[in-house]
Design a binder for this molecule. Structure first.
Ligand SMILES: *[C@@H]1O[C@H](CO)[C@@H](O)[C@H](O)[C@H]1NC(C)=O
Ligand SMILES: *[C@@H]1O[C@H](CO)[C@@H](O)[C@H](O)[C@H]1NC(C)=O
Length: 501
């Protein structure tokens, strides 16, 4: 969905050169059609996001600065808030479950994507808790000991890589392996990471749950943002144009087939709302469980942060250090940050930006001079140092796939965040002003927020950081996520477990 064209130099709109003025006019006319279309659906999205912002979100706000745990009892299937808010420490005997997982990929190297990391974190935790986990996935991208890969002491999770080309998911091969395993002894519950298991196979499985890591209705909004971020003289790429016109039919298609999945796990509060309100899935079949990150791996470590600054030559007299991490590509909002930070530097001499990651925008950041410190792609073990080295974390993404783990990691390390105003982020991550700053994904709005952050100063940011750490540990702890999934799976197997008290 990303644009592939290199951005052109901005055109001077007041140029007296009539040739270029005419060119702009033609492009504007061409853009008008798509704008009308876009506006129509912006209105649609805005409408339904507006009328449903009561319950979970405001409750979450109230607890953000105190504790996220709440007292609640009832049928968990009726809960509309994120299950992560409930402690699952009541006395119940959890019988070992036999769980089948369909995941397009299973991480074998150091830098997996978000969805794979989620599967790995979740299933390693559930295996440790004694459940028998069988993962059905595509062939690994490197030579590994297939029979023992990833197993904990209990022999679980057992990874079934199907035959074929590395990384190429063939659901029918995985399905065959699943059936053989299921014939030996039936699975209690089956879990699909997004559409790994297609709906025509999922339809007949009453004990199936699917986790949605991004749905088409969410990408509708990011498509709108991405097109608006296009500069006036920048042509629309064919692939982006195709996705632009294809996104609404895709939403409708999803609404038609999603109902074939028995249980839906939304990984953000706003996705839960969309599934209930727009996708028309009965409330009892929609469960919100936020993704989690390893709380041991990401925590405050001042000394580590200082060392990171020293290693990467960030001067000690820097008044403020911002950080951004991830792939340095257009749809992650780098054109916006690049431009806004350039403007910020003209006013503030001693503000620094640490850029972690690689991609097409890396060289532009390198060319910005000494106050932008490009550290390249970081090994997972270096990330903690990075987060601890900064005062505030910036995530300008135009395309939040599900929920960005980097925001959670930064908050776990006690750093406030600066993020684009997406319903998923607003509803589940930056749920109050105490935790961070939000901007509309355009240069002016981002610059305004950057100025605001510089004005707030370090002490205020540190206070916010402490609130972030508290909220993140309460809501984004991977152990809690695993307990919530375990409870849902138990509830799918035996209704008695659906009651929470
Ligand atoms: C974008 O796609 C639409 C619908 O397929 C088409 O009518 C339009 O001409 C395309 N525009 C561009 C700039 O490619
Ligand atoms: C920070 O220190 C550097 C030298 O290490 C110096 O060039 C720069 O002017 C200093 N900036 C401020 C704001 O003191």
């Amino acid at each position: 969905m990303a644009f592939n064209n290199k951005p052109k130099k901005p055109t001077n709109l007041l140029s007296t050169n009539s040739q270029s003025f005419k060119a702009i006019k033609t492009i504007n006319l061409r853009r008008r059609a798509s704008l009308v279309f876009i506006l129509l659906f912006t209105a649609l999205v805005a409408l339904f996001l507006h009328y449903k912002h009561s319950g979970a979100t405001s409750a979450a706000c109230a607890t953000a600065s105190t504790t996220a745990a709440m007292s609640w009892s009832g049928d968990l299937r009726r809960a509309e808030f994120a299950w992560n808010r409930l402690p699952f420490t009541e006395n119940y005997q959890s019988p070992p479950l036999r769980i089948a997982v369909f995941s397009r990929k299973w991480p074998v190297n150091a830098s997996p994507g978000g969805m794979e990391r989620h599967a790995l974190t979740l299933y390693t935790a559930l295996a440790r808790r004694g459940h028998q986990v069988h993962v059905f996935t595509s062939p690994p991208s490197m030579e590994i000991d297939r029979d023992n890969f990833g197993k904990t002491q209990s022999g679980s999770p057992q990874i079934h890589f199907h035959e074929g080309l590395a990384g190429q998911w063939r659901y029918n091969l995985a399905w065959k392996q699943f059936q053989e395993e299921n014939d030996k002894s039936p699975f209690d519950v089956i879990h699909s990471e997004s559409v790994a298991l297609p709906h025509w196979l999922a339809r007949d499985l009453p004990n199936l749950a699917v986790s949605w890591h991004g749905i088409a209705l969410e990408s509708l909004q990011s498509t709108i943002y991405q097109d608006l971020a296009r500069r006036p003289n920048e042509p629309i790429s064919t692939s982006f144009n195709t996705s632009l016109y294809g996104v609404v039919p895709k939403v409708i298609k999803e609404i038609r087939f999603f109902k074939n999945y028995a249980h839906h796990i939304a990984i953000s509060d706003s996705c839960g709302e969309m599934l209930r309100d727009v996708y028309q899935i009965p409330t009892k079949r929609v469960h919100v469980i936020l993704n989690g990150v390893n709380a041991e791996e990401f925590k405050g470590a001042t000394k580590l942060g200082m060392e990171f600054r020293l290693t990467h030559k960030v001067p000690v007299n820097a008044s403020l250090v911002m950080g951004v991490a991830g792939r340095l590509v257009k749809d992650k909002g780098h054109p916006l940050l690049y431009q806004a930070f350039t403007s910020l530097l003209t006013e503030h001499q001693d503000v620094y930006l640490i850029v972690a990651g690689s991609g097409p925008w890396e060289q532009r950041y390198r060319d910005m001079g000494g106050r932008v410190v490009v550290v390249g792609s970081l090994h997972p073990s270096e990330l903690k140092g990075f987060y601890n080295a900064i005062d505030v974390f910036v995530n300008p993404t135009l395309r939040p796939q599900g929920l960005d783990l980097t925001l959670m990691e930064a908050m776990m390390c006690g750093k406030p965040v600066l993020a684009s105003r997406f319903p998923s982020i607003k509803g589940s991550v930056v749920v109050s002003d105490e935790l961070g700053f939000m901007f509309s994904p355009n240069v002016e709005s981002l610059l305004e927020v950057l100025e605001l952050v510089v004005g707030e100063g370090k002490e205020r940011l540190q206070r916010m950081g402490r609130a972030c750490g508290e909220y993140a540990r309460a809501m984004f702890d991977a152990e809690k996520m695993a307990l919530a999934y375990e409870r849902l799976f138990l509830c799918i197997k035996d209704e008695a477990f659906c009651q929470y008290s």
